[in-house]
Design a protein around this ligand. Sequence first.
Ligand code: AMP
Length: 281
Amino acid sequence: MLSIHTIKALEKNLKSLPKETCLGLVPTMGALHEGHASLFKKAVEENDHVVVSIFVNPTQFNNNSDLEKYPKTLDADIKLIHSISPNILIFTPTTSEIYSSAVESNNYDFNGLDKVMEGEFRDNHFNGVGTIVEALFTIIKPRKAYFGEKDFQQLCIIQKLTEIQKLGVKIIGCPIVRESNGLAMSSRNERLSPEVRQQAGFIYQSMLTAKHKFGTESVLKTKEWITTEFKNNPNFELEYFEITDIDTLTPIKERIKETKYRAFIAVFADDVRLIDNIALN
Ligand code: AMP
């Protein structure tokens, strides 16, 4: 069995597991790479049984062309998952299996976490993310679920979702895996030309310098520096750069002692939208 497509077949399979099985889930949209693999490895280490879901969730895309262009590499994905463990169960539902009536998202109150950065620039994105994650948790009932810090805002939103919907799943965040030039691994990197992909190390290098500046200069100066860096580089267009505290994700103007901060960035390279983030202190 390479992958399971229906909820019914998945439930039957999960029911055959011993009662006290510690079940881990890693939700993905496929086009898998080493970033995803790091989540699978951690989940295999920490659970008796692991499910990986592959589903390109339409309700979290605010842009149809981005949804249509999303890379699909199912055969290679199955190979990568099974190279980590042949026992991982792969769930590849169709859209009608997940959205049995309308392809619509639920509405959640994420207490403002969804109003900034990705939430501000991708309308309704986090309601879509919440809808698919709640659906997967309800169907699969994992004890733990694994998400990457690559999408740090999403990780915070899913912690919140689990709390407000009382889903009873332990959410585990995993560090960002990068290409050799520092570019955060992403399925979207496949859409970059080899030259731009190489040059895109510039995004992470700028974040590292911003982190250094944040240690000695004001928030405003650090933001101005990033804006100028990107204005001077015709290959990349800056959509946003924000510095926020790590709990509320509210962009700050001044830093307060004893608070933990993170910097977030979204950049266009040609028509490919790339995001990244870094801990500042
Ligand atoms: P996606 O398939 O893009 O929805 O990603 C599935 C999961 O893999 C999400 O929790 C992502 O945050 C995580 N992920 C994607 N890229 C990376 C990366 N470079 N490092 C760590 N985790 C990642």
